[in-house]
Design a protein around this ligand. Sequence first.
Ligand code: HEC
Ligand code: HEC
Length: 203
Amino acid sequence: MKFRWSLLAVCLSVAAVAHAEGDAARGKVLGYTCHGCHGIENYKNVYPTYSVPKLGGQSAKYITDALKGYAGGDRVHSTMTAHAASLTDAQRADIAAFFAASPMRTAGPPVGTAPAAAAVCVTCHGNDGLGISPDYPILAGQHQDYLEHALRDYKAGKRKNAVMAGIISGVKDEDIPALAKFFAQQKPALCGTEKVRDKGKCE
Ligand code: HEC
Ligand code: HEC
């Protein structure tokens, strides 16, 4: 009996995951406006100036979480809040399924030597920044200045996430650039959304 219940629980959770998965074909159409920033190489946000994050190859779960964060106020960015708020949950999942493209796999040993401060990061983000599961954003190949910006936002409490808030409180300001540099240089790398639009994947 016990066995059956656990089997049922597994089936239910699989069904829940399947339901949450978006439709990439619909996402391609819905995500058209996103290329205006996420699909232009080295496009910058201004005031403050930093690179618009790469979304190609990113974990679909993280993309939907981030959109929910903007819509709900855990993350603040005027344009992104407007975009995210105009989408339904199903539309966010569709766009996320399209941009996530095919899952990225470990290419080999990490590129370069991890700074000492990265020891805590790899338990969730992996040695190569690909994340130990889709629950964690992929950091590999993300713009270095964006990673730095994100880490400083967590530290300043501008970006609210209980997990990263706890982690970043133990990281020294002067260690942030080396952490950002290390994860930005990892491979396989995230890409601009134009690559996914044009080729269906990052490479
Ligand atoms: C006007 C430019 C612009 C447009 C258009 C735009 N974005 Fe963004 N997006 C940004 C910027 C800038 C950020 C980083 C904001 C921050 O610092 O939190 C961002 C962040 C994001 C993030 C979080 C990424 C991460 O690594 O944390 C997601 C997900 C995202 N955008 C999805 C979308 C989607 C989906 C669309 C289309 C519906 C879209 N964006 C349209 C500029 C834009
Ligand atoms: C216990 C798991 C865990 C650990 C350890 C951890 N992270 Fe994270 N990290 C997360 C989660 C979950 C998120 C997504 C949070 C959100 O939605 O804002 C995240 C988000 C991030 C982001 C934002 C990515 C983006 O695209 O905007 C950066 C950068 C980051 N982490 C870097 C680090 C660094 C550097 C360390 C080590 C000092 C670290 N993390 C340690 C779980 C972790």
